[in-house]
Design a binder for this molecule. Structure first.
Ligand code: FPP
Length: 217
């Protein structure tokens, strides 16, 4: 969900206003994705690298996570189940404040009965750390056991990976799970991302219905 800061700057607003608009865009995309019968939507909310941002910006982004996890009525109305991936709270190096931990766990609990789309928020997440941890825990060290040691082994392979705001990099997100993903890069800033862009990304999946299992072309 890249480009919140630049979106705000273009409007002469503080970066935090871009994140606020980004949270609203996300709530909107969740509704649209649920309506499109998407099974799994995973978003990069906060990376292990994001802690070095100015404290006031970090505080603002954490507040927006609490806001998102507080949208229980809306999530339930859309039959959306909340899920989370990231550095486990009880592991060394975890920096997730208790208030965010509580908001995450409460949202998971309050939406656990929903049977529609699973909305996974990656918070304090880094894909290389996830893979390194899984490799340490995997016995034997092979693809299947590493997969079962991912933060959430139930997360299915990624069909389409979206990167907004003109960035054409993957940036440490779901590297293991996205091994066969189509990639949708768009110049659209995250706060402007909506149904049109979501449908364009989904069209990539429709065009190539089968994953690439060793195709040579
Ligand atoms: C990237 O934009 C965005 C973030 C690091 C924060 C993501 C948070 C939100 C979209 C808020 C809502 C989401 C949740 C899960 C509550 P950037 O700051 O890197 O923008 P820039 O590249 O233009 O500077």
């Amino acid at each position: 969900m890249d480009g919140n800061g630049r979106w705000a700057k273009r409007r002469g607003l503080p970066r935090t206003a871009g994140h606020t608009a980004g949270e609203e865009a996300l709530a909107d995309v969740v509704r649209t994705a649920a309506r499109r019968n998407i099974g799994w939507l995973t978003v990069f909310g906060f990376s292990t690298e994001n802690w070095v941002r100015p404290p006031s910006e970090v505080r603002h982004i954490l507040g927006l996570h609490r806001k998102l996890f507080g949208r229980i009525e809306e999530l339930n109305a859309n039959n959306v189940r909340v899920n989370w991936i990231g550095r486990p709270f009880d592991e060394p190096g975890s920096r997730t404040p208790k208030s965010v931990q509580r908001a995450i766990l409460q949202a998971i609990e309050d939406t656990k009965g929903n049977t529609g789309m699973v909305l996974t928020v990656a918070f304090d997440y880094g894909s290389r750390a996830e893979i390194a941890r899984a490799a340490r825990r995997a016995h034997p060290l092979d693809v299947d056991s590493v997969t079962t040691e991912m933060y959430d082994p139930a997360l299915p392979p990624v069909d389409v990976l979206v990167r907004t705001s003109g960035e054409s990099r993957v940036s440490n997100f779901l590297l293991w799970q996205a091994a066969n993903a189509r990639v949708y890069f768009t110049d659209c800033s995250w706060p402007d991302f909506g149904a049109t862009q979501l449908d364009e990304a989904l069209a990539l999946v429709a065009k190539t219905a089968q994953p690439d299992h060793g195709a040579t072309t």
